[in-house]
Design a protein around this ligand. Structure first.
Ligand SMILES: C[S@@+](CC[C@H](N)C(=O)[O-])C[C@H]1O[C@@H](n2cnc3c(N)ncnc32)[C@H](O)[C@@H]1O
Length: 276
């Protein structure tokens, strides 16, 4: 697969991302520490870091961290998040995964892809990452997974009405999902299958419990949509305010209190280790 990067895929989305996306499992740090024997040494590379969601969360587990993403807006938000939290051991690199190893040479103890591996030429990037890891180092593909996972009891507020919201997106943007100037990557194969075709071999899959009682407000739900490549602000053109108004009206009708239960699922960690 040849990946031609379209710089408009997340145009206008970065500012919404941190506010609008649900967090990964609170047990993620403990899981990675236990599975990989992390001891504070070595470096982290977070590929497709977006606004530094994993970079900022995991940097304290390492001597240093690199957040890499081709989108300047995302890198800017990551830098801001690190500054706000007083985290000083992160280097930010604006580049594609396909520019590795040159864009951010190794060695690394851990390379993470948070919901980003599907955007890359997986096998080629997986092979590059293998060479960049120190012996015994690991790659982790991290994503939310609700399908097939047990649903926790509702904490009270209604769930986000995703079916109705996605219908609204289709009303404005058409029946086929768009991203940038084209369409989002088709997921013919699971990301773990691409990794299995590299020297890493078949990865292990581990789940960390998602946040069972995550409550989001109307604006955060709207931001969540604007943070998606297939509903990014630029796609709506001058109809963006009209879309936002319809979303707010729908959400108010479904929850007059303006609060919603978000259940993105458990956090799926696809883990592969380079032999020591
Ligand atoms: C869904 S966001 C994930 C952000 C963050 N890692 C997280 O866990 O929420 C996907 C990110 O992948 C980036 N991306 C897209 N194509 C890429 C490529 N070829 N190489 C590296 N990153 C890419 C996008 O710019 C975007 O920031």
């Amino acid at each position: 697969m040849t990946v031609r990067y379209d710089p408009s895929i997340y145009d206008g989305a970065a500012a919404h991302y941190r506010y609008g996306r649900p967090a990964y499992s609170p047990e993620l740090e403990a899981l990675l520490t236990k599975e990989l024997g992390l001891d504070g040494r070595g470096r982290l590379l977070d590929v497709g870091c977006g606004p530094g969601i994993l970079t900022v969360r995991l940097a304290h587990l390492f001597e240093g961290a690199v957040g890499l993403d081709p989108d300047a807006g995302m890198i800017g938000e990551g830098r801001k998040a690190a500054e706000e939290q007083g985290i000083g051991n992160i280097t930010w690199v604006q580049a594609m995964a396909e520019n590795l190893p040159g864009a951010a040479p190794g060695p690394y103890r851990l390379v993470t892809f948070g919901q980003s591996f599907q955007w890359t030429d997986g096998v080629r990037v997986g092979e590059a990452v293998y060479d960049m890891l120190e012996p015994g180092g690991a790659v982790a593909l991290i994503l939310h997974m609700a399908d097939g996972r047990p649903v926790p009891p509702s904490p009270g507020p209604p769930r986000i009405p995703h079916d109705e919201l996605e219908a609204l997106v289709r009303k404005y943007l058409g029946p086929d999902r768009r991203a940038g100037q084209g369409s989002p990557p088709t997921q013919a194969h699971r990301v773990e299958d691409a990794l299995a075709r590299t020297r890493f071999g078949t990865p292990r899959v581990i789940y960390a419990a998602g946040i069972p009682d995550l409550i989001r407000d109307t604006e955060s739900v709207l931001s969540g949509y604007f943070s998606m490549s297939w509903a990014a602000p630029h796609l709506f053109g001058d109809r963006i305010e009209s879309f936002a108004r319809e979303v707010r009206d729908l959400l108010t009708a479904r929850s007059p209190e303006g609060t919603f239960w978000d259940w993105p699922g458990d956090t799926k960690v696809i883990l592969a280790v380079k032999p020591a």
